[in-house]
Ligand binder design. Structure first.
Ligand SMILES: [Zn+2]
Length: 305
């Protein structure tokens, strides 16, 4: 209570100071996530060696400033002029905006937990895009951490059992998290089994099952259900035009220039990772949609029973 008072006072004395701080903090975390996304799947250390260019030269601190450096350098390395992927400032800006949004939209405890959760989701999404796999340490570890945070900080799920000792709130919050884990992983597990029976191939991996469980641990069962179905719908809306454009563009290109192989364009067998859509749905639920989605499920239940 006292902490929140102080936060409010500081905010009044220095307008926007927290917003600016969390935006910059998010950009730095995004920069660290870039390192993790590239190095961890390759089995490299995330601490040493320090940031270096593809040509091997070390990168000076001023060329490593999150978001800004890429634009100063116009996307080219200072040492050798090789192209720097637009992915770097993209991940940094995305993380910065998510951190800012969490701080502006949520109370302090859920906001801080949400920043951690969103970082985990962004990491998983981009690793899944690159490698089509989700590392167990992130998904299993994230699930355990989500459960632990729920148990220790019941306010995180907005649970406060009035007039009862604190441990009642703790247990209630832990149960919310456990139900989320079971429902999230359960749904994806069954979709995966059904997909295998109907289409005869794996539509989702084991990693997606655990990732959905991890989302449930942080967001409860409503969040997990939304991430699976909402994420798929958003994914389809965003992806279909891109796939269609890639296909048209790809065909034109291969007609003009036969050297470009079929592997370059998205064929019918294009495999799309599911993790990024789960992650997107989860972050949207956590930041904006939880009240709306929870109310929808509550009305839905009322209509049935
Ligand atoms: Zn270089």
């Amino acid at each position: 209570m006292k902490v929140e008072m102080n936060l409010a006072e500081t905010n009044e004395a220095f307008p926007l100071i927290f917003q600016i701080f969390f935006f910059c903090f998010g950009a730095c975390v995004g920069s660290f996530l870039n390192v993790c996304i590239f190095r961890i799947p390759a089995g490299k250390s995330i601490v040493s060696p320090p940031s270096h260019c593809a040509c091997g030269k070390p990168i000076a601190w001023y060329d490593n400033i999150p978001i800004l450096a890429w634009f100063f350098l116009r996307g080219r390395a200072r040492c050798c002029g090789s192209r720097i992927s637009f992915r770097y400032p993209l991940v940094e800006t995305l993380t910065a905006l998510v951190f800012l949004g969490m701080w502006c939209l949520l109370p302090p405890v859920p906001a801080l937990a949400g920043m951690f959760f969103a970082s985990l989701m962004i990491f998983c999404a981009f690793v899944d895009i690159d490698t089509m796999t989700l590392p167990d340490f992130a998904t299993v570890g994230g699930t355990l951490l989500g459960f632990l945070i729920s148990l220790l900080l019941p306010g995180f799920h907005g649970i406060e059992v009035e007039g009862a000792p604190y441990f009642v709130s703790m247990i209630s919050s832990a149960v919310t998290s456990a139900v989320g884990i079971a429902v999230g992983s359960g749904i994806v597990y069954w979709i995966r089994l059904l997909g295998e029976c109907v289409f005869g191939r794996e539509a989702m991996g084991e990693g997606d099952v655990i990732l959905a469980g991890c989302i449930g641990a942080f967001c409860g069962w409503q969040g997990a259900v939304f991430a699976v179905f909402g994420g798929s719908v958003i994914g389809a809306f965003l992806l279909l035009p891109i796939l269609a454009a890639a296909k048209l563009f790809g065909k034109k290109r291969s007609r003009k220039n036969k050297k470009i192989s079929d592997g370059e364009d998205f064929g019918d067998s294009a495999v799309v990772p599911f993790g990024p859509w789960l992650a997107l749905g989860a972050i949207l639920y956590y930041m904006f949609l939880s009240d709306f989605v929870d109310a929808y499920f509550a009305n839905f239940a009322l209509a049935i029973f």
